[in-house]
Design a protein around this ligand. Structure first.
Ligand code: GDP
Ligand code: IMO
Ligand code: MG
Length: 426
């Protein structure tokens, strides 16, 4: 079972880091294939909490961590994260970084912030990490790649080219100071020697590992509904976090992927702007936020909270062809008498059980709820499905039916061992 992809099935923060870590020591390579340090993956290992933004969760187990070509890398953040882990005794020496990955330059972060401000109430609510501008430059063929740091004069030319138009925009439209190309180039080049030993032809490394039958786990960041093609555009990120993104983002053919695991939270959360039909703006939403500690790992923003939306997850099941689902944070739902689950929408007086095709209809969707019986027992110590209260089991089975994919693992707490496995994921 060598190629496995983990993908968020909602709007991010489903617990992908923990689910990835769960597969742990049986994995040979753990690969980030999209996004950048807009991600925040929290893991609790032996009582220690780790928040990873750029490094794959495999950095905490014995697998080889890989940052593949599809990722955009803020080098300051990369080295800060490495230093932070080293200071806690974590070995990061096996990390590999693709020569083709793009670099987030200081001007990308500036552009992210000024464009958001300029959008006013049409803003996306980005993480401000320069993700969108870095991917825009990549698509515009104005990007800086990791390998450009190895050629001083090429790097300087590329930074100049990237800044030419941006400086006009910054000065004439956004009323900001121009950015000096030499300063940017020097800042990037300062990282070259530290980066050099990590840089590899990761496409070859990963395909050779797959040829040898080794287990390669592609750890998704963001989520299906934040995907630039499949998400709630324009309230999305600028990459393809979906399962297919692992193919382009790491250079492995689709036939290499044997298993696709969707991660879904037992309720729904979202950070930033954009439609969210089951959002709760009342005391129930606040209770979910407090019980689930739904505050962003990356920006510290409150996560918007709402009930489980089966239509949202079912759309992700369809486009990603998930083979398995991992249901997280089921323990957070303990204590509700009835738990609403969205099973359909009313859109302009018509009922639908699949996600509307257009954004306008999605904005007008009114959730139709089914009310499942809750439970009061503490489930955080359960390790077998049969240990779970009957109503909890019924909740799991109903979600499974609604999203049309089997649930193979359940998270009942933040720690590595707090899980119930129904089917082996490897
Ligand atoms: P990711 O971005 O998908 O990796 O998710 P985040 O790390 O941003 O958010 C998930 C949060 O929930 C983290 O703080 C995890 O430690 C925590 N978590 C993950 N799974 C569970 C679970 O099953 N139960 C509880 N109570 N917390 C969990
Ligand atoms: P993980 O991997 C939740 C959201 C931002 C914003 C939109 C675009 O932890 O699940 P960007 O900075 O990417 O241009 O912002 O996407 N966003 C996330 N929300 N979890 C994430 O990552 C996210 N990464 C980006 O809040 O709405
Ligand atoms: Mg997160």
């Amino acid at each position: 079972m060598p190629g496995i992809v983990v993908v968020g099935a909602q709007w991010g923060d489903e617990g992908k880091g923990k689910a990835t870590d769960q597969l742990g020591d049986r994995v040979d390579y753990t690969v980030r294939y999209s996004g950048g340090n807009n991600a925040g993956h929290t893991l609790v290992v032996n009582g220690e909490k780790y928040a990873l933004h750029l490094l794959p969760s495999g950095i905490l187990n014995d697998s080889v961590p890989v940052i593949a070509n599809g990722v955009v890398i803020d080098l300051d953040v990369l080295f800060e994260e490495i230093d932070g882990l080293n200071a806690r005794g974590v070995d990061t020496s096996k990390l590999l970084v693709s020569a083709n990955a793009h670099v987030i330059a200081p001007y990308h972060k500036v552009m992210d912030k000024v464009t958001e401000r300029f959008l006013g109430n049409r803003r996306i609510g980005t993480t401000g990490r320069g993700i969108g501008p870095a991917y825009s430059d990549k698509i515009n063929r104005l990007g800086i790649r990791v390998q450009d740091l190895f050629d001083d004069s090429i790097l300087r030319q590329k930074v100049e080219a990237a800044l030419e138009q941006k400086n006009h925009l910054l000065v004439k439209v956004y009323n900001r100071r121009a950015i000096d190309a030499t300063e940017v180039a020097e800042e990037l080049l300062a990282h070259t020697e530290r980066l050099r030993p990590m840089v590899a032809d990761t496409v070859r490394v990963l395909n050779t590992a797959l040829d040898a039958g080794q287990v390669v786990l592609f750890e998704g960041a963001q989520a299906h509904h934040l995907d630039v093609d499949h998400g709630t555009y324009p309230y999305v990120t600028s990459s393809n976090p979906i399962a297919g993104g692992a193919s382009t983002g790491a250079g492995v053919g689709p036939t290499r992927i044997d298993r696709v695991i969707g991660i879904m939270k037992a309720y729904t959360t979202r950070v930033g702007e954009g439609p969210f039909p089951t959002e709760l703006l009342d005391a129930d939403g606040e209770k979910l936020r407090q019980d689930g500690a739904e505050f962003g790992t990356t920006t510290g923003r409150n996560r918007r909270c709402g009930w489980f939306d089966a239509l949202v997850v079912e759309a992700a099941v369809t486009a990603n062809a998930f083979t398995d689902m991992f249901l997280t944070k089921l323990d957070i739902l303990t204590g509700w008498e009835k738990i609403p689950v969205c099973v359909a929408y009313e859109v302009n007086g018509e009922r639908t059980t699949t996600l509307p095709m257009t954004q306008t209809d999605f904005h007008h969707a009114v959730p139709v709820y089914e009310y499942l019986d809750g439970w009061t027992e503490d489930i955080s110590g359960c390790r077998e499905f049969s240990d779970l209260p009957k109503n909890t089991q019924a909740y799991v089975r109903r979600l499974e039916e609604l999203v049309r994919c089997r649930i193979s693992g359940i998270g009942v707490g933040p720690s590595r061992e707090q899980a119930v496995m129904l089917h082996d994921l490897l």
